[in-house]
Design a protein around this ligand. Structure first.
Ligand code: AMP
Ligand code: ZN
Length: 113
C-alpha cells in the first residue's frame, strides 16, 4: 500500500536495520526499542491487522514464527526467553496498520497489562 510505512520499508524507500529478509517476510529493529532486543517481524504482503488474516496467509504466518525462533537464537534470547506479541487495532494499542509481531527480550519483562 502506497502510504503504509512498513510497505515503504519493504520497498526500501525508507531505511531500516534489517536483520532478516526473504521473499515472504522481513524483520528489522524497532526504531524505539522497549528492551535490549526489539525486532519487528512483518509479512511483506500488506495485511492491515490480525483480523484481516485469511486462510491463504497461514503458511507465511507459520513461517514468520519459525524465523522468530531463529532470530531469538541469533539475538541470544532463546535461552533466557522473550515475548512475541501483536497489538491489534485500537484497544490493542496498534499504531501501524501493517501486521507486525514484536520480538522483545534481553531483560526480565513484566507481566502483561
Ligand atoms: P504497534 O503499536 O504495535 O503498531 O507498533 C509499532 C512499532 O513500530 C512501534 O514499536 C514503533 O517504535 C515502531 N516503528 C515506527 N516507525 C518505525 C520505523 N521507521 N522503523 C522501525 N520501527 C518503527
Ligand atoms: Zn503495508
Amino acid at each position: 500500500m502506497d502510504d503504509c510505512l512498513f510497505c515503504k520499508i519493504v520497498k526500501k524507500e525508507i531505511p531500516a536495520q534489517i536483520v532478516y529478509e526473504d521473499d515472504k517476510i522481513m524483520a528489522f529493529k524497532d526504531i524505539n526499542p522497549a528492551a535490549p532486543v526489539h525486532i519487528l517481524l512483518i509479512p511483506k504482503k500488506h495485511i492491515p491487522d490480525l483480523t484481516a488474516l485469511e486462510p491463504v496467509d497461514a503458511e507465511v504466518i507459520g513461517h514468520l514464527h519459525l524465523v522468530a525462533k531463529q532470530i531469538a537464537e541469533e539475538q541470544g534470547v532463546a535461552e533466557s526467553g522473550f515475548r512475541l506479541l501483536n497489538n491489534c487495532k485500537e484497544d490493542g494499542g496498534q499504531v501501524i496498520y501493517h501486521l507486525h509481531f514484536h520480538l522483545i527480550g534481553g531483560r526480565k519483562l513484566t507481566h502483561l497489562c
